[in-house]
Design a protein around this ligand. Structure first.
Ligand code: ZN
Length: 273
């Protein structure tokens, strides 16, 4: 939930651009992989930046988001390039009354046909979170961090308990920033209704979820940067885990007692250890 003064349009464009660049820096967005969206309830004037107006059907009816707006990356656009020319890679959508259609605002510089192919998941997660928490701002990122995605190919890491009790033991920060742990979704077709439903479900109880053999989705109701941080914390944990596998399991890791002591000191509620 954000307090006034709310970010202006250019502030939001910059935040998304910086997140896109950082996701590429941490190798979580090769080529045109990954996508970003934010949903907000305050009113902005998009036409100075996005003067071309169309009516679109939304992939999913979102009646409770009527009047809310989105900024979302375009299909096939590179996250690392958003910062250079945001209006070429982003669309602005305001949800119409009833929540089935929206007004799509784009730029003459637009270099994409449609919003990201994962827009159905973004929309459904924003809808679910904003409805249940009452927040006026919500950010969602899909990224493809290498080590975390690699581990999701190894059968024993496809168990949520195993994944979390092994990954959350490399640094004190991990449990502090991801106290609910990392969610896990078995492989689902990209852009599918099954992946969308699984994201909604898992992100109710997690801040980040792994999509097996594909990547992650992270959310935040504070900032795009905070959602990016969650990708980075989970990926760093996976990198340690990968290093340890390569080193024949030589790492001692934080013990369950040490993690419980960290949580007690920093007042973190968790049920993993
Ligand atoms: Zn993807």
């Amino acid at each position: 939930m954000l307090q006034p003064p709310y970010p202006e349009l250019d502030d939001l464009l910059k935040m998304i651009g910086e997140a896109g660049r950082h996701l590429a820096e941490i190798e979580a967005s090769e080529g045109a992989a990954g996508n970003i969206s934010v949903c907000f309830r305050w009113t902005l004037e998009p036409r100075s930046r996005f003067p071309v107006i169309d009516e679109i059907e939304l992939p999913e009816p979102v009646p409770e988001l009527a009047g809310a707006s989105f900024l979302v990356s375009g299909s096939g656009r590179r996250l690392r390039e958003i910062i250079d020319e945001p209006t070429a890679s982003l669309a602005y959508i305001t949800v119409n009354e009833g929540g089935k259609t929206g007004r799509l605002f784009t730029s003459y510089q637009r270099r994409f046909e449609k919003a990201t192919s994962e827009f159905n998941s973004h929309l459904a997660v924003h809808h679910d979170q904003m409805r249940s928490s009452g927040t006026n701002f919500h950010a969602v990122i899909h990224a493809q961090p290498v080590h975390l995605t690699y581990l999701s190919h190894i059968p024993r890491y496809q168990d949520e308990k195993y994944l979390n009790t092994n990954l959350l033991r490399w640094q004190p920060e991990t449990i502090i920033n991801l106290p609910e742990g990392i969610g896990f979704i078995p492989f689902r077709l990209p852009g599918s209704a099954e992946l969308m439903a699984a994201n909604v479900e898992s992100l109710r109880t997690h801040r980040i979820v792994v999509w097996a053999k594909h990547g992650v989705m992270a959310r935040s109701d504070v900032s795009v940067k905070r959602a990016t941080d969650r990708v980075e914390y989970a990926e760093t944990a996976a990198k340690y885990e990968y290093l340890n596998l390569c080193a024949g399991g030589a790492g001692e890791r934080l013990s369950a007692e040490e993690i419980r002591a960290i949580c007690k000191t920093f007042n973190v509620q968790q049920s993993i250890f």
